[in-house]
Design a protein around this ligand. Structure first.
Ligand SMILES: [Zn+2]
Ligand SMILES: [Zn+2]
Length: 446
């Protein structure tokens, strides 16, 4: 090892330097530390100007002996005895070259990132323009090309629900299916989204300008704008007069339209309402178990069975209020059962509520128990479409109800009556009900 201390150094400076190097070649010592300056400064200076050349440790790149400037580096490169062969380190010159290469590479990457950011910014601006243009097109839809999607009963029914909702929420867009949470409009968000797309294609609803950006996607390939149905906020196309007229046409279709297709639509409406009633009772029971008792919801493995049990209750003629009562009693009994059986956990109690509900409904059917009607509590959220469609379905059924037909003075035994022009049409038996037909057809009253 060759160490060079470039300091005109007396005894103290020599000691300072010795902390950094084992001095094997004497320097020329002519001055005291005090005469050079502050001791720390001397140490720093000695360090900065000293170096060792490790003759056995050659640069990995150029095979020159590596020069180091302090002892700890010397040990790191050359090992304890400064004689280790090197396969890791570069000489200072090669290090510099490497550092400059790295800096250039870093700079290149930074520039690439900046360019990518700029590209993304331009793309976002372009997308914003595309979306704004699409929303302007949506805004321009005035209902002149609207048509009612007959044969799409869910869409027709949902349209009435939307008209009703808009009447109570003036100046606001219709919520997206995602806004409504897991129940959507009818208890099935997929069905709702499909029905909304049917209404969109029929130009009855348009995309509202309040729709969030995340609902849109501009295709990388063709620049085409797409939207994600569940995230879209909607607006009714046409003013309230159009909506009222359309609502009346939809009601008339369900209530009185002749022919197989209208019959199928009525059937579909009845099934839709049945499913919503079942979902309503199930979600009430789940709510009771989770909110009132702090149990888990009915387990996944028993939900189909639960749906069948609730369906059986409705089929036996129990009303929604009575089914709510059954559900309340079932949860109450399950909780009491759990109290009496210390080994029962909350999941068993939730599962037990299904069995108990089944038994209670079977017993009530068998012995003709009188079951009271319960109003669901305030915390219970029923499918938002239920109230409007339950009433529509009841009206549709009333039109064909045997006892209503026989009590109606205006129609024959088939429920048909003659118009001024002599055509036979289905009677809606308005003479037998206190409400005026107008109030039935006003969506705000629905
Ligand atoms: Zn080198
Ligand atoms: Zn009648």
């Amino acid at each position: 090892m060759r160490a060079v201390i470039k300091a005109d150094c007396p005894k103290h400076a020599r000691e300072v330097a010795a902390q950094y190097w084992e001095i094997t070649e004497e320097g020329t010592w002519t001055r005291t530390v005090g005469s050079i300056g502050d001791q720390q400064w001397v140490a720093a200076t000695a360090t900065s100007v000293s170096h060792a050349v490790l003759l056995k440790s050659l640069c990995r790149n150029c095979d020159e002996p590596i020069r180091v400037t302090n002892r700890s580096w010397a040990v790191r490169v050359g090992g304890k005895y400064l004689d280790r062969l090197n396969d890791r380190y570069l000489c200072p010159e090669c290090s510099d070259v490497q550092r400059r290469d790295e800096e250039r590479e870093r700079e290149r990457r930074l520039q690439a990132v900046r360019a990518e950011k700029e590209r993304e910014k331009l793309k976002a601006e372009e997308e914003a323009r595309t979306i704004a243009a699409a929303l302007a097109d949506e805004e321009a839809k005035d209902g002149s090309t609207s048509r009612l999607p007959y044969r799409r009963p869910t869409a027709l029914a949902l349209y009435l629900v939307l008209i009703n909702h808009a009447a109570y929420n003036p100046g606001k867009p219709l919520p997206s299916v995602a806004d409504l949470g897991s129940l959507g409009w009818t208890g099935d968000t997929e069905r709702d989204t499909e029905a909304l797309l049917d209404l969109y294609r029929a130009h009855l609803v348009a995309i509202a300008s309040e729709t969030p950006r995340k609902a849109f996607d501009v295709s990388e390939e063709d620049g085409e704008l797409r939207f994600f149905g569940p995230e879209v906020k909607w607006r009714l196309v046409g003013g309230s007069t159009t909506a009222t007229a359309n609502a009346r046409a939809v009601r008339t279709h369900f209530m009185t339209a002749p022919g197989q297709e209208a019959h199928d639509d009525r059937q579909a409406l009845a099934e839709l309402v049945d499913r919503m009633e079942i979902i309503n009772v199930i979600s009430y029971l789940d709510g009771l178990l989770t909110k009132k008792y702090d149990y888990p919801a009915v387990p996944e493995g028993r939900r189909q069975e639960l749906a069948d049990i609730v369906r059986k209750g409705f089929a036996a003629g129990y009303t929604s209020g009575q089914m709510i009562c059954f559900a309340w009693r079932a949860a109450d009994s399950a909780a009491a059962w759990k109290e009496r059986n210390a080994h029962m956990g909350p999941p068993e109690a939730s599962s037990g509520a299904v069995t108990i509900l089944n038994n209670k409904i079977d017993t009530a059917i068998e012995v003709h128990h009188a079951i009271p009607e319960y109003d669901p509590p305030r915390w219970h959220q029923q499918p938002p479409a239920l109230a409007v469609l339950r009433q529509l379905n009841a009206e549709v059924k009333r039109v064909r109800d045997r006892s209503v037909i026989s009590a109606c003075p205006q129609c024959d035994h088939q429920g048909l009556c003659e118009t001024d022009t002599g055509a036979m049409v289905r009677c809606i038996h308005t003479a037998t009900v206190p409400e005026q037909p107008e109030s039935q057809e006003d969506p705000a009253e629905a």
